[in-house]
Ligand binder design. Structure first.
Ligand code: AMP
Ligand code: ZN
Length: 460
C-alpha cells in the first residue's frame, strides 16, 4: 500500500518512494536544540515523525530505511544557557540530550539510525562553506564571518513561496529595527554560514573556513552538512515542524543545492504546531508543558503520545488536560481488548487494515484511531491478535507502558545511582565521583543520607 504524504514544495499529496538504486529510503528529520527539556509541542513533531518512520519500515522493510535526526548542540540558545549556568557547553548539551532520549523512550519513539551532533561535524560544515565561497555563493565580511549570498540562487524562495510571503510580510516589516548584523551584509536577506567569535561565546570556537575568523557555524549549515554526510547529496524526505519551513529549510536548500549541484530533498513534510488551550505555548503564559509536568500530574507518557496523535498532523492541535483523560481511558479500552484477544485467538486479520490505510493516506491519525475503535467496539471475537499488534506498532502504542504513571528517574539513571551507592559503600570514591558526574550529565542529582539516597531531577 503506497504511503501518500503532503509535500510542502509542490503543496500536494504525493507518494513516498526511494529514489536511489539501492532501494534505501533516506529520511532526515530536524532534531531538537538541546538547551532545556523539550516541550510537548516539540514532541508532537517527534511523535508524528516516529509514525512516519514506522510506516516507512512497514512499506520498504526495516533494513531499507535510513533515519537521521540531528542534535543542535551549538547555537545562541545553548551558548547562553551554558554561560548563564557557568558550565561548559558540552556539559549542558549532554545533560539535555540525555533527558531528550529518556523522554523519547518513554513516548516509545524509535531511535533514529544516526543522531549526529553539530559539534561533531564542524569539519563537514567548514568544507561546505569553503565550496560555497569558492563558487561565489558566499562572501566574507570584515569581522571574519561568512554569509550566503541569496541573490546568487535563483530558486531561493521556492519552498516557502517567498514572493507571496514577501507581499504579505513586506508592509508588516516596514520600519521594524534591523538585525545587529544588518550593516555587515550585502543584502538584508543574506544569512550567516559562519559566525566570527564574540566575547560572549566564551571558549566556544573552532578554526573557520578559508581566511574566515575562528568562530562557530550558523544553524542552517549544520543540517545541510549532516544530511550530506549521512544520507548523501539527494535525500528522499526532509521533515520538521511548520516553523522550520522558513527560513531554516529554505536556507538548507540554498546551501545544499549550490554546494552539491543536485536537488536536495525529493519530498518536504511540515507538521503543524501544538497549541495549549488555544494559545501558543510560552513560559510567560504558564501554559508550557514538558513530559515531566504531565507525568507529575499522574498522566502516563503513552497517554501523551495518544493525545499528540489524536489530531491530524496537518492541522494545529489544541492540547488540553481533558484530552489526556480521554487518552488514558482509550488506552485502558485497548488493553482490555488485547487481553480478550489473547483469550479468543481468532483468525480474522482484515479489520485492522483500515488503520494502516488511514495512516498511509497522508498520515490521517484521527481516521486511524477512528478505524481502530470501530473494530475494537465490535468486540474481540474471531479477530487475529497479530493484526491488532501490527496496528499498535504502526501507531507506536506500547500497551504495557500504559500503566503506572510515574515521574521517577529512568531505569538507566536508577542503575547508575545504585552503582554509585555501591562504590561509596566500598569506599571507592574515585568511581563514586565519576558516577556522580554521569548522573549530573543525565540531569539528576543524588542526595546521600546515612541510610540511603534519593534522586532528584536537576533544576533548569
Ligand atoms: P527546536 O528544539 O526548537 O529546534 O524544535 C524541535 C522541533 O519541534 C522542530 O521540528 C520544531 O518545528 C518543533 N516545534 C517547536 N515548537 C512546536 C510546537 N509548539 N508544536 C509542534 N512542534 C513544535
Ligand atoms: Zn534542520
Amino acid at each position: 500500500m503506497p504511503i501518500r504524504l503532503h509535500d510542502s514544495m509542490t503543496r500536494s499529496v504525493r507518494e513516498l518512494k526511494p529514489a536511489h538504486d539501492d532501494g534505501v529510503f533516506r529520511f532526515y528529520n530536524c532534531g531538537p536544540t538541546v538547551y532545556a527539556p523539550a516541550h510537548i509541542g516539540n514532541f508532537r513533531t517527534f511523535v508524528v515523525n516516529d509514525v512516519i518512520r514506522r510506516l516507512l519500515e512497514l512499506e520498504f522493510g526495516p533494513g531499507k530505511v535510513k533515519h537521521v535526526r540531528n542534535l543542535t548542540d551549538v547555537d545562541d540558545k545553548t551558548i547562553k544557557r551554558a554561560r548563564d549556568a557557568g558550565r561548559p557547553l558540552a556539559d549542558v548539551t549532554r545533560q539535555w540530550t540525555a533527558k531528550f532520549h529518556a523522554d523519547c523512550l518513554a513516548l516509545n519513539c524509535l531511535r533514529p539510525h544516526v543522531e549526529p551532533t553539530a559539534t561533531d561535524h564542524i569539519r563537514e560544515q567548514v568544507d561546505m562553506i569553503d565550496v560555497l565561497l569558492c563558487k561565489r555563493h558566499a562572501y566574507r565580511t570584515p569581522d571574519g564571518s561568512v554569509y550566503f549570498r541569496v541573490s546568487s540562487f535563483q530558486e531561493y524562495g521556492e519552498l516557502s513561496h517567498l514572493q507571496e510571503r514577501e507581499l504579505r510580510l513586506g508592509s508588516a516589516l516596514a520600519g521594524k529595527p534591523q538585525p545587529a548584523d544588518a550593516d555587515e551584509k550585502e543584502d538584508g536577506s543574506d544569512f550567516a554560514l559562519w559566525k566570527a567569535w564574540k566575547p560572549e561565546d566564551g571558549d566556544v570556537k573552532w578554526p573557520g573556513p578559508d581566511s574566515a575568523a575562528a568562530g562557530r557555524p550558523g544553524w542552517h549549515i549544520e543540517c545541510s552538512a549532516m544530511s550530506k554526510k549521512h544520507l548523501g547529496d539527494n535525500i528522499d524526505l526532509h521533515t520538521g515542524g511548520e516553523d522550520l519551513l522558513f527560513p531554516h529549510h529554505e536556507n538548507e536548500i540554498a546551501q545544499s543545492e549550490c554546494c552539491n549541484g543536485v536537488t536536495f530533498a525529493n519530498h518536504w513534510y511540515h507538521s503543524k504546531h501544538l497549541l495549549v488551550d488555544g494559545k501558543k505555548m510560552s513560559k510567560s503564559l504558564g501554559n508550557l508543558y514538558t513530559l515531566d509536568d504531565l507525568t507529575a500530574k499522574g498522566f502516563s507518557p503513552m497517554a501523551v503520545r495518544y493525545a499528540l496523535l489524536a489530531g491530524h498532523p496537518s492541522k494545529q492541535l489544541n492540547f488540553t488536560l481533558d484530552s489526556l483523560h480521554a487518552a488514558e481511558s482509550a488506552l485502558e479500552t485497548l488493553r482490555k481488548y488485547k487481553a480478550e484477544l489473547m483469550f479468543n485467538l481468532g483468525k480474522d486479520a482484515a479489520g485492522f487494515a483500515a488503520v494502516q490505510q488511514a495512516l498511509h493516506d497522508d498520515l490521517n491519525t484521527p481516521a486511524a484511531l477512528g478505524a481502530l475503535f470501530s473494530i475494537v467496539n465490535r468486540g474481540a471475537k474471531n479477530v487475529d491478535p497479530n493484526s491488532f499488534e501490527a496496528a499498535m506498532w504502526a501507531l507506536g502504542f506500547d500497551l504495557a507502558k500504559t500503566n503506572a504513571p510515574k515521574s521517577e528517574a529512568p531505569a538507566g539513571v536508577i542503575a547508575l545511582a545504585a552503582k554509585r551507592w555501591a562504590a561509596k559503600q566500598a569506599k571507592d570514591f574515585t568511581a563514586a565521583d565519576a558516577l556522580r558526574r554521569e548522573l549530573t550529565a543525565a540531569g539528576w542529582s543524588m542526595l546521600d543520607r546515612k541510610d540511603g539516597y534519593s534522586l532528584e531531577p536537576l533544576k533548569h
